[in-house]
Design a binder for this molecule. Structure first.
Ligand SMILES: [Fe+2]
Length: 379
């Protein structure tokens, strides 16, 4: 067995009612908290006010930074750091979808560095511990509550700030907070989680521990995502999807990803479409591209999700067909042209994607020519 390491330094509290433990956990880290929330996090659900009230009842002074954008920029992180310093917050709590959690995470980590945020956006890892960060996801997709990554946009580029000082200290995952997600957000975030699991499972960085997480995530998503799309109030399916997103997050944090995520950031910039939707369109095309190196792995995924443990001839192809069928069931588009991407974007997409570390973990080598062909295929 080859050498590997595995990290999960984040304390996970999971399940219906988990949110009740947030205030108690937050109080372990200080008295003043910056709370970062998104534009539509928990909109109309009443949960937001309850959570904020519970933090205050615990004696925490809170400063709220609301309205984080769906594809957030580095400026929002700068604004968060300014607010954090102004109110002398000792900890940061991020409540929302992947983007909101990514901003909260970056604010907490980068507030503690001596250099400006731009330096870390362009590849430098944070050198020291920042503020403790607690993540409360309200979608089931990014898995950002258990990863040391933060995806941000700056100067027309979208990339990850990453490093050992980026892990949240706590993830409070309460599936009840995901019930108010609209069907489209459910579909997009669910496909993001599926892509994390499939790419982590076939990644060059996969190991026996990440395989366990990725396989279990794929099983849960293939069963649970159609249910939550049809009926957002389906609590058991919501719970299973929250767990799946978390499992896939642990897998990606340790195994890394592949060409879907290698391309998704640049395609996201070119199309302006949500990350999960971009992943949904690219996934079957990238899987077909990776068939040369990963047939056995796709066959194992098929065996894990097929009705009677089927894993024989054609199993890998059947798994790709199953992913396409799921796309159709969720009424998602199949081609890049449906996202508004144009062939004249390809050159810039390829150029921006080549340095991506996700691409380096793709099982099949992909240089400029292969990426160009992949984009044409997906278009
Ligand atoms: Fe993703």
């Amino acid at each position: 067995m080859s050498y590997f390491s595995f990290n999960l330094p984040t304390r996970v509290t999971f399940g219906p009612g988990a949110i009740e433990s947030l205030a108690r956990q937050a109080a372990l880290y200080g008295r003043r908290a910056l709370v970062v929330t998104g534009k539509s996090s928990l909109a109309g659900s009443g949960h937001r006010d309850q959570i904020l009230a519970s933090l205050q009842e615990q004696g925490l002074e809170i400063e709220i930074m609301s309205g984080v954008n769906p594809e957030p920029g580095l400026e929002e992180v700068g604004e968060g750091i300014r607010r954090l310093k102004e109110c002398r917050a000792q900890l940061v709590i991020g409540i929302g979808g992947g983007s909101t959690i990514d901003v909260g995470k970056a604010v907490a980590a980068l507030a503690g560095q001596s250099r400006p945020p731009e330096d870390y956006f362009y590849g430098r890892e944070p050198e020291q511990r920042g503020c403790p960060f607690l993540a409360v996801p309200t979608t089931s997709g990014s898995g950002s509550e258990v990863t040391p990554n933060s995806v941000l946009t700056h100067e027309g580029k979208k990339q990850s700030v990453r490093g050992p000082y980026m892990w949240p200290v706590a993830a409070v995952v309460d599936p009840e907070l995901t019930v108010s997600m609209p069907p489209a957000v459910t579909a997009h975030s669910g496909f993001d989680a599926l892509t994390h699991a499939v790419e982590a499972y076939t990644s060059r960085g996969a190991n026996p521990l990440t395989d366990l997480y990725a396989l279990e995530a794929v099983k849960r998503i293939m069963a649970g995502l159609p249910e939550t799309f049809k009926n957002g109030e389906h609590r058991p399916a919501r719970e299973s999807m929250s767990l799946a997103a978390l499992l896939a997050g642990v897998a990606l944090a340790n195994a890394r990803l592949g060409a879907v995520h290698g391309l998704a950031h640049a395609v996201g910039v070119a199309s302006g479409k949500p990350h999960g939707l971009v992943c949904a369109v690219l996934l079957p095309h990238v899987m077909a591209f990776n068939m040369k190196t990963s047939r056995d792995r796709y066959a194992s995924l098929r065996a894990a999700v097929a009705p009677r443990g089927e894993g024989g001839a054609g199993a890998a192809e059947k798994f790709i067909e199953q992913v396409i069928a799921l796309q159709q069931e969720l009424r998602l588009p199949r081609r890049l042209r449906d996202l508004g991407v144009k062939p004249e974007h390809f050159e810039a997409i390829v150029e921006q994607s080549l340095p991506s570390s996700s691409l380096k973990h793709n099982p099949r080598e992909a240089g400029a020519r292969e990426l160009q062909q992949l984009l044409e295929q997906a278009w």
